[in-house]
Design a protein around this ligand. Sequence first.
Ligand SMILES: Cc1ncc(COP(=O)(O)O)c(C=O)c1O
Length: 393
Amino acid sequence: MRGFSPRISALRESPTRKIDELRERLRKENRDVILLSTGQPSVPPPREVRETLAELLKIDSMELYGYTPSQGILEARQAISEDLKRVGGLDVPPEQIVLTAGGQAAMFSTLATLIEPGDEVVIMDPTYFGYRPLLEYFGAVIKRVVTRLEDGFQPDPETLKSVVSRKTKAVILVSPDNPTGRTLSTEAAKAVVDLAKEYDFWIITDEAYKTLIYEGEHVYFYKLAPERTISINTFSKDPAIPGWRLGYVYGPPEVIPKIKLMNEEMVYCPPSFAQRLAAIYLRSEARMRYIKEVVEVYRQKRDVAISALRRYIPEARFVTPSGSMFIFVDLARYVQDGESFARELLERYNVAVVPGSYFSDVYKAAVRISFVTETPQRIEEGIRRIGEAVGAR
Ligand SMILES: Cc1ncc(COP(=O)(O)O)c(C=O)c1O
C-alpha cells in the first residue's frame, strides 16, 4: 500500500519553505533586493579563529573529516560548559550538553524526545515560526498565549495561568525573541517557573540570541529551575556560522542522553569541522571581544532602523528590540494583510520582509524586519520604501 504518513502534511506549508522559494527566485532573477527578511548575520567569525581552523585543515589527518561521537566532541562540550559559566554564570557539565546539527535539529530532537500525540504545548503568539510545524508533526495540541505590543510582548502571568493545566507537557519561550526582539522580564520568567512547578511541565527555553542583548540582561531559566529546563541553542548567530549547522541542547541529566539518541538516529553526528570551530572560538581570546563588537554593529543598525521607522512610517507600532535581530512592526494603521503587503513590497519596491502571519494568528498586519543583514544605508532605504509602499507620507 503506497502512501505517506499523514503527519508529513504538517510540514508542507512551512514558512521556511516559502522563504527558500523566495531566495531561489531572487537568485534566478538577479534583482537587487534589500533583504530585511532573514536573520542572516553580517559579521563573520573572528579572523584568528578562522585562521586557526585553516591551519588544522592543512594537517594530513582524518581529524576534521571523520565521524565524531554523536553527543559531540568533548572539547566542544567542555568549551560550551565554560562559556555558559562565563556568559551566564551557569554550572552545566559537558555530560549535560549535546551538540546538534543547528538549532533546528536541537528543536526537532527535543520535541521528538518529549512529545506524545495529544500533549498540550504552550507557545507565545507571536513566536518563532519554526515551532508550529514541528509541534503539529508530533501531534501536539498547541495552546497559544497572545502577548501584547502594549505590554512590550511580555507574557501576562494571568493569561499563562488560564491556559496551563495538568495536560501541559511544555511551555516554549524564546528570549531574546524572534520576531519581537523582547527579552523576557524576570517577573514573567518567575511566573512561568511557578506554574511549571505547580503543574509539573517542562520549560523549553530557546536561547538562540542569548548573547545578542542591547539593553538589560538575559534571564536563564536554568538558574531558576534546572530540573525542568531544556535549553535550545545555536552557533548560527554567535559566531555567525548558520550554513555550518551547529547548535546544542543543555538540560537535566536524564534528558540529554535521550536527545542524544534521537540526534544519533537523525544525523549520527553534527558536522565535525563546525564543532572544531566552536571549540576554538569559545576558548579564544577573541570570544568576548567579538561578541561585544558584533552587538555594537547590530545596535547601530537597530538604531538606524528605529529612527527610519519613526521618520518614514510614523504610525507604525513596534517595541524597540532589546535583543535578537528583529523588529516586529505592526502596520495595522496602514495595511490589512501583511502577507499581501509583503508580496507587493517585494514585487514593486524590491524590499523583502517576513509577514506577521508567519509568527502570529493575531498580528496579521505586521511584518518582521531584520536589521542585521544589510548596511545601515540600505536598511534606511528599505524602510523608506516601506513607508512609500504604505502611503505613509
Ligand atoms: C529563535 C530561533 N530558534 C532556533 C533557530 C534555528 O537556528 P539554526 O539556524 O541553528 O537552525 C532560529 C533561527 O533563526 C531562531 O531564530
